[in-house]
Design a protein around this ligand. Structure first.
Ligand SMILES: [Zn+2]
Length: 427
């Protein structure tokens, strides 16, 4: 029921009242989405600010108190921690953060890194939270990043359906896309700015700049009170979890992976409507899965044939005794199409009808004039391909927070982050 970003929003308010000056938007960092022991969104937040030297320890105590009071510590998967670093972010710490976003890191390693850079860690339950909190400090989003304005509900509304005006969301989408993204699902028309759980989020507007998400927020109408809102700077929609190309034989469970391979077995549909595709790259082969919730993406995957060359992006699911690892597809790029060749029975030389097999090694027989012929064989026919080269991904409703949507290609940021605009939070 809790939400890390909501606790961050409360801290923004608290720190502002204690005369801290923010030097960046709160950073919302999504970590490896394939970690099995994560909370739902595997998010961590970092607040970067300056303050008067003398009050630091009382400030830290007050921060820890707010995090504690607003964490659902009884929940099995909740394991919060606060980590504090004074001074600039060391580049080695940033490398550690990339590792937490792209791989698996244990508590011991995180504690070692924290100790090395004199980061003080205050775990509130177990120790797993130290990993994410330390990683959030190190990920200062110097590369590509996006913004999300998150508006929160007042506490008594949190178990009721969200009352956000659908027409205003589609107006916002029309007026701001492609500078905002993942507002609505194009296939179902479903509104994606509102989450569906009992968490405190009313809606989140994702976009390229702080100005555009603020403008979007002013267009969206809610028939319920907004308690507060904050603009976050984040790695949402950046593909930050995919690093360099892996060989199929190097793929490990619970990690995001990106491989290039040839389709080595035609796609098959399994019960539940999931589509499985086998890819090989010379080092090994792996099953790639497009699950039912990915909607029309499965139809694309089903059009691939043996010999096609693709780049596949996804999270690796651990294998079982009977099954090897599976790559759960997040997106696929088709880079070369093979010829799709069908073998058809020959036509009857006498009457022109399509012949039938007369049995193994027996040649062909015409069903119409009964002629048999042992000298003819099947004829290869090139089947026209219904697939073009290019990037394919599931509809927005099936995206992970980190997945870069199609509309963001070519908009990746490389320059320094944008300065704070006013207002960037409320109250
Ligand atoms: Zn015939």
């Amino acid at each position: 029921m809790g939400c890390t970003t909501y606790v961050a929003a409360l801290l923004v308010d608290h720190l502002t009242k204690r005369r801290c000056t923010f030097v960046d938007y709160p950073n919302l960092v999504r970590l490896n989405p394939n970690v099995p022991w994560k909370t739902r969104g595997n998010g961590a937040v970092c607040l970067r600010f300056t303050c008067g030297e003398e009050n630091i320890s009382s400030l830290v105590d007050s921060i820890v108190g707010i995090v504690k009071r607003n964490s659902d510590l009884a929940h099995g998967r909740t394991d919060p921690a606060v980590a504090c670093l004074r001074g600039p972010v060391p580049s080695e710490l940033s490398l550690f953060s990339k590792k937490v976003i792209r791989g698996l890191v244990g508590v011991k390693e995180a504690q070692k890194v924290a100790a090395k850079f004199r980061i003080s860690c205050i775990p509130l339950k177990g120790r797993k939270g130290v990993i994410g909190a330390t990683a959030a400090i190190g990920e200062n989003l110097q590369g590509d990043h996006t913004y999300e304005l998150i508006a929160y509900r007042i506490s008594r509304n949190r178990s009721t359906p969200r009352r956000v005006d659908a027409e205003s969301v589609s107006k916002m989408a029309r007026e701001s896309e492609p500078l905002t993204f993942n507002n609505m699902d194009p296939e179902t028309g479903r509104i994606l700015v509102t989450p569906r759980g009992k968490d405190p989020i009313l809606y989140g507007i994702r976009g390229e700049t702080p100005e555009v998400v603020l403008r979007g927020h002013r267009i969206v109408k809610a028939a319920e009170e907004v308690e507060r809102w904050v603009i976050f700077r984040t790695n949402h929609g950046t593909d930050d979890h995919f690093s360099q190309l892996s060989r199929i034989s190097d793929i490990c469970p619970f990690r995001p992976a990106f491989v290039t391979g040839r389709v080595s077995a035609n796609p098959r549909t399994i019960p539940g409507g999931h589509v499985i595709l086998e890819l090989s790259d010379g080092s090994g082969s792996i099953d790639c899965a497009a699950y039912e919730p990915t909607g029309s993406f499965r139809h694309t995957v089903r059009k691939l044939v043996r010999g096609d060359l693709v780049e596949a992006y996804g999270g690796v699911r651990r294998g079982t005794k009977t099954h090897a690892c599976t790559l759960n597809l997040e997106k696929i790029r088709v880079t070369d199409l093979a010829e799709d060749i069908l073998f058809q029975n020959p036509l009857c030389l006498k009457c022109g009808k399509r012949m039938e097999s007369a049995g193994r090694g027996q040649g062909f027989r015409c069903p119409s004039c009964k002629t048999t012929d042992r000298t003819v064989s099947k004829i290869p026919v090139v089947n026209p391909r219904e697939l073009a080269l290019g990037m394919y991904m599931p509809p927005a409703r099936a995206h992970r927070h980190l997945t870069k949507p199609a509309s963001r290609y070519g908009r990746e940021k490389t320059g320094p982050p944008m300065p704070l605009i006013e207002p960037w939070h409320w109250p």
